[in-house]
Design a protein around this ligand. Structure first.
Ligand SMILES: Cc1ncc(COP(=O)(O)O)c(C=O)c1O
Length: 388
């Protein structure tokens, strides 16, 4: 029995994932997990709340040092404390970076299908979106073709917005793939804004490589955004940070947020510090559990859901299921089908832009009994549909 086999009910807790549906629906969509956070995080929050005074705050004094040590230990990436900027959310962080980098009419390169907010980041800054779609290999895995990536860079493309590990494909890009992207950005003088929120959720046989860690030249043009929110399941607290190694770029970004971007709050700081300082044993166990969930999901989808297919994730608890041959329609029909016929909520492919049609995203960050129930419901709905 694992600590992750059971978790408290989230219904009626203001959960975005659970509280928008009837009780007979299993929510397997929004990217948070159903597990309780590590015990040291809960303890630190409880102690802080019991103090009872919640005035203006600042980062815990050792938090930056913890992050500097973490980057060196996990990624052999040498950063210094002044390069860290705390922000109350990763979407906010990459939008802020793009706002600081882009002039109206300039372009931002993205790799769809990709996490929905990437699709609108350029427009928020008065710019345009340029696309270098990921491609699907014969093994079903997505990859970034270097020639197609270069060809997608236009004369007015100013920045590349990377998602690594990539949501929804579940890829943790290899060093050679990242190097090819980075080389193209260097050649064409693009800045890189890299959303690495899923960096800790990488399975055996793969590793996370921050693109900024490739070389000092690349670091000088990169903004990296990370957070403990996915890793330790504290997404509702809005604890995140950017690493901006170039001083002028950092100042520009800080200036763009002045008076607009809120400080991160004291419970977010409390949870972030406890998670990074004391959460590793919990994370080690979580990764074992998630990897089994990944294997169960992949096997089940490929063997038991006729017409559906799924490649093995390198990273993340998000499975990107191809339903195009399942006979349940195109576009977002598969999402509607599983909601109406299986009572399982998934993210529709269109949320991830072009290339998402006919796909759904399935979140396996939950207890195994819930995972198995959701998969069985999907299997039954497809079987009933095939008899029609
Ligand atoms: C790639 C990616 N970036 C950012 C976020 C959201 O980050 P935040 O809630 O900190 O804005 C998510 C959540 O699913 C995500 O998958």
């Amino acid at each position: 029995m694992s600590q992750f086999d059971t978790c408290p009910s989230r219904r009626g807790t203001g959960s975005y994932k659970w509280d928008q549906h009837d009780d007979d629906v299993l929510p397997m969509w929004v990217a948070d997990m159903d597990f309780q956070s590590p015990e040291p995080v809960i303890r630190a929050l409880r102690e802080r709340v019991e103090h009872g005074v919640f005035g203006y705050t600042m980062a815990p004094p050792d938090l930056k040092a913890i992050l500097v040590e973490r980057m060196a230990r996990l990624y052999q990436w040498q950063i210094s404390e002044e390069e860290i900027v705390f922000v109350p959310g990763v979407v906010l962080g990459f939008n802020l970076a793009i706002q600081a980098l882009l002039q109206p009419g300039e372009g931002v390169l993205i790799q769809p299908p990709v996490y929905g907010p990437f699709l609108y980041t350029a427009a928020h800054a008065g710019g345009e979106t340029h696309e270098a779609p990921l491609q699907i290999g014969s093994d079903g895995q997505y990859f970034a073709d270097p020639a197609a990536f270069r060809a997608a860079i236009q004369a007015n493309t100013r920045a590349f917005l990377l998602c690594n590990p990539h949501n929804p494909s579940g890829r943790a890009f290899r060093r050679d793939e990242l190097q090819a992207m980075a080389d193209a950005c260097l050649e064409r003088d693009l800045h890189i804004v890299s959303d690495e929120i899923h960096c800790d959720l990488v399975f055996r046989g793969h590793r996370h490589i921050p693109i900024a860690s490739l070389s000092p030249e690349i670091a000088a043009r990169t903004v990296t955004v990370m957070a403990p929110s996915k890793t330790f399941n504290i997404a509702g607290l809005g604890a995140s940070f950017m690493i901006v190694q170039d001083e002028a770029l950092r100042k520009r970004i800080q200036q763009a947020g002045r008076g607009i971007v809120a400080h991160i709050d004291l419970l977010a700081y409390t949870a972030m510090r406890a998670a990074y300082a004391e959460g590793q044993p919990w994370l080690d166990e979580l990764l074992v559990y998630l990897e089994e969930n990944r294997d169960i999901t992949t096997r089940f989808v490929n063997e038991e859901l006729p017409g559906c297919s799924l490649a093995l994730n390198d990273a993340t608890y998000l499975a990107w299921i191809d339903c195009r041959s399942a006979g349940i329609g195109s576009g977002d029909d598969p999402q509607k089908f599983f909601l109406e016929q299986a009572k399982v909520t998934l993210n529709p492919g269109s949320f991830f832009g072009s290339g998402g049609e006919g796909f759904v995203r399935f979140n396996f960050g939950c207890p195994r009994s819930q995972l198995e129930e959701a998969l069985q419901r999907m299997k039954t709905a497809l079987a009933v549909n095939s008899l029609r």
